[in-house]
Design a protein. Structure first.
Length: 132
């Protein structure tokens, strides 16, 4: 399955309706985005059961703003509607494959229980490298 274009109108639905969704936030003027694109596309052809979505941050500025996208390319991985991974930067193919393997191996009951424990006041506990 090739990558699909995600927009403000279908983003939430795609995240909710699919088990695993990888999202590549990109823009045509971004060099690292252009180098990551073929890697992301190749992975999409290898993993038929996963949805690979691309969001053009220029065309979808309000969606990018609501997701707090500050640098691109930005890779997000959702499983069962839960955001498990969000990191800027172009990944090499083997690192992307490794991440996909980790996401597949996760025990989602454990993830949800852990998320519920950390919910109080820790909205950004996965955001470990602050550039401020």
């Amino acid at each position: 399955m090739a990558t699909i274009a995600l927009t403000e109108s279908n983003f939430q639905q795609v995240i909710e309706d699919n088990n695993v969704v990888l999202v590549d936030w990109w823009a045509s003027w971004c060099g690292p985005c252009r180098s990551f694109g073929p890697i992301f596309e190749a992975a999409s052809n290898k993993h038929e059961d996963i949805v690979f979505g691309k969001i053009d941050t220029e065309a979808e500025q309000s969606l990018a703003a609501s997701a707090h996208i500050q640098s691109i390319p930005m890779l997000m991985i959702f499983r069962e509607g839960v955001l498990l991974f969000a990191q800027p930067g172009a990944l090499p193919g083997e690192a992307l494959e490794d991440l996909i393997g980790q996401v597949r191996a996760l025990d989602m009951d454990e993830v949800r229980a852990s998320a519920a424990e950390h919910q109080h006041g820790a909205d950004c506990d996965h955001d470990h490298d602050h550039d401020h």
